[in-house]
Design a protein around this ligand. Structure first.
Ligand code: ADP
Ligand code: 5GP
Length: 211
């Protein structure tokens, strides 16, 4: 069982349509949260202006990605917007052993796969804009994607929104400050989820049977 192999940390999955503000919120989260590890995904999509290989993503080719799939190197992977995206297993194992909160910015398919494998240590939050129109405004304002790509992302968003009730928490990212405060609160409670703890050991200590 993979859950038994993994250490003392916890997982926080963040999903939501492209352009809802995940990166903006995470930036504030990182300035305010200790002991986290951001899982850098591997993708076959091209880097956007300003994105750095090894920081935002590990950018790779379709051939290399498919080789990694064959070698079992991914905890999960999915095809999103016609590109592959995946989470490599090895750095996640280390971060969990180190007792960190491991942050996954992954799509709904990835969420379902991680929950199947690691449910007891996972907390999840779906982030979105207050409306589809606002999502469209933000994508155009960000000005990092071709209009055709934006239209594809909006089409996907209309499907993704139907999965919001699979998540533990929902953030409607209207006021960035309020939304980031809520995300920090969710990160905090993700680390004290009851199923993370060794119940037998705690009860034994509680009964005075262990130091
Ligand atoms: P994602 O990482 O989900 O794709 P970004 O963080 O890149 O989204 O945000 C998309 C755009 O929306 C950016 O231009 C960002 O500055 C803007 N944005 C993020 N949060 C808010 C907010 N609460 N109100 C207004 N604009 C926002
Ligand atoms: P973007 O191209 O905007 O960076 O990301 C597009 C989508 O892919 C987002 O919904 C993002 O959460 C998702 N994504 C990024 N990395 C991964 C990953 O490793 N696995 C999965 N399943 N989805 C990912």
């Amino acid at each position: 069982m993979i859950e038994k192999e993994l250490g003392k940390g916890a997982i926080l999955i963040i999903s939501g349509p492209s352009g809802c503000g995940k990166s903006s919120l995470l930036k504030i989260f990182y300035e305010n949260f200790l002991n986290y590890y951001f899982s850098i995904s591997t993708t076959t999509r091209l880097p956007r202006i300003g994105e750095i290989d090894g920081v935002d993503y590990f950018f790779t080719t379709k051939e290399e990605f498919e080789k990694d799939i064959e070698n079992g190197n991914f905890l999960e992977y999915a095809k999103v917007h016609d590109n592959y995206y995946g989470t490599s297993l090895r750095p996640i194992k280390k971060a969990l052993d180190d007792g960190k909160l491991v942050i996954f910015d992954i799509d709904v398919q990835g969420h379902d796969l991680v929950r199947q494998k690691l449910d007891s240590i996972t907390t999840s939050v779906f982030i979105t804009t207050p409306s589809l129109k606002e999502l469209e405004n933000r994508l155009y304002k960000r000005d990092t994607d071709h209009p055709e790509i934006i239209q594809n992302r909006l089409k996907n968003a209309k499907i993704e929104i139907f999965s919001l009730d699979k998540y533990d928490y929902l953030i409607l990212n209207d006021d960035l400050e309020v939304a980031s405060r809520n995300l920090i609160a969710i990160g905090t409670v993700a680390m004290i989820k009851a199923s993370l703890f060794d119940k037998d050991k705690i009860i034994s200590i509680w009964n005075g049977n262990e130091e």
